[in-house]
Design a binder for this molecule. Structure first.
Ligand SMILES: [Zn+2]
Length: 300
C-alpha cells in the first residue's frame, strides 16, 4: 500500500512538473539573441547574416580611384546614399553641396566629381589648417529620375532648396519670377525630407566657416541670410570675382524661401552662398577651381 502511494505521489509530481515546464515554455519564449553593438562594424571573413546591402541605382556612378572613401551621412527617400568626401584635417571647416536640384542641375554633380578627383590628385589645394567637405549629390533620386526639369525635386515632389527650416520657410510661394516648369512644394513641414535632414545633421555636427551650395544656371551668386548677411555678401563678391558669375545676382522677382544657404547662416555657418553655373551643361571647372582657392582662404 505504501509502495502504491509513493508511486502515485511520484507520478503526480512528474505530471505537475511537466505541465509546469510546458506552461513555462509557452509563456516565456526564448530570449532574443543580442549581438554586441560593435560586431556590426567589424570586418568579417564570412558574410555577416545581419547585413542587408542597400539596393540603389545612380545614373552617374562615381568611384574615386586611389582616394578616400566617402562617408554616408544619410539616405534619400529611395534609399540612395548621400555621400560626403573629406579632404584635409585642419580646424577651419568648409562645405560644398552639389546636386540639391538633382538631374535638373546635374552639371553641379559633374563639377563636384571633377573637384573631388582634382583635390585627390592635388591634396595641397587644401591648406594644412583647413578641412573641405564635398557633398557631391544631395538629391540622388532626382538625378536618377531624369536629366532635365523632371529631375529637380525629390521623390516626394519637394524642392529641397525650399525645405530647410529657415525663418522664412513656407510650403507654397508666389510663383512670379520663380521656377514654374513642374508642380513642387516646400514640403509638408520645414525639414520634412530625409535629404534635408541628412545635410542639417551634418552641418550641426561641424563648425563650418563657409558654404557653397551649387546650382545652375546663369543667375549669379546669391549671399545667404534674409536680408543678405555681410560675411555672405563678402564671400559672394569674392567668388563672383574669381568666376565672373554675376554679382549682385540677377533679380527675376522670385522670393526664395527655406533655402539651405539661409538656414545655414541662421544656424552657425559663418558665410554661405547659392552659386549658379553658367548653363545646364558645362561644369565651368577652371573658374570653379579659382573659386575654390578663394573659398578655402575665406575667413567670415
Ligand atoms: Zn538650383
Amino acid at each position: 500500500m505504501l509502495c502504491l502511494l509513493a508511486a502515485a505521489a511520484f507520478y503526480m509530481t512528474n505530471l505537475r512538473a511537466s505541465a509546469a515546464t510546458e506552461v513555462a515554455e509557452t509563456v516565456h519564449p526564448k530570449a532574443t539573441e543580442k549581438l554586441a553593438a560593435t560586431s556590426y562594424f567589424l570586418p568579417t571573413l564570412t558574410p555577416n547574416p545581419n547585413y542587408t546591402p542597400p539596393v540603389f541605382e545612380t545614373s552617374t556612378p562615381f568611384v574615386l580611384e586611389n582616394g578616400p572613401r566617402p562617408t554616408i551621412i544619410g539616405y534619400s527617400l529611395a534609399g540612395r546614399p548621400i555621400e560626403v568626401y573629406t579632404f584635409g584635417v585642419g580646424e577651419r571647416e568648409y562645405l560644398i553641396v552639389a546636386g540639391i536640384h538633382g538631374g535638373y542641375e546635374w552639371n553641379t554633380i559633374a563639377l563636384a566629381n571633377e573637384l573631388i578627383t582634382h583635390i585627390n590628385e592635388h591634396p595641397e589645394a587644401v591648406a594644412t589648417d583647413a578641412t573641405l567637405y564635398i557633398i557631391r549629390n544631395m538629391n540622388p533620386d532626382g538625378e536618377a529620375r531624369a536629366i532635365g526639369v523632371d529631375g529637380r525635386v525629390n521623390n516626394n515632389g519637394v524642392d529641397l532648396n525650399r525645405n530647410f527650416p529657415s525663418d522664412n520657410w513656407v510650403a507654397d510661394w508666389d510663383r512670379d519670377g520663380c521656377w514654374i516648369y513642374r508642380p513642387t512644394t516646400g514640403g509638408l513641414y520645414a525639414g520634412s525630407e530625409p535629404e534635408t535632414r541628412s545635410v542639417m545633421g551634418f552641418i550641426k555636427a561641424h563648425k563650418i566657416e563657409a558654404l557653397i551650395s551649387y546650382h545652375s544656371a546663369a543667375l549669379g551668386v546669391f549671399p545667404g541670410g534674409v536680408p543678405w548677411e555681410e560675411p555672405s555678401k563678402r564671400l559672394a563678391k569674392a567668388l563672383a570675382n574669381a568666376t565672373k558669375y554675376a554679382y549682385p545676382p540677377i533679380d527675376t522677382g522670385c522670393e526664395y524661401t527655406g533655402t539651405l544657404a539661409d538656414w545655414a547662416v541662421e544656424n552657425g555657418v559663418g558665410a554661405t552662398v547659392d552659386m549658379e553655373l553658367r548653363n545646364h551643361r558645362d561644369t565651368d571647372f577652371d573658374e570653379n577651381l579659382k573659386a575654390l582657392k578663394v573659398f578655402l582662404s575665406f575667413i567670415p
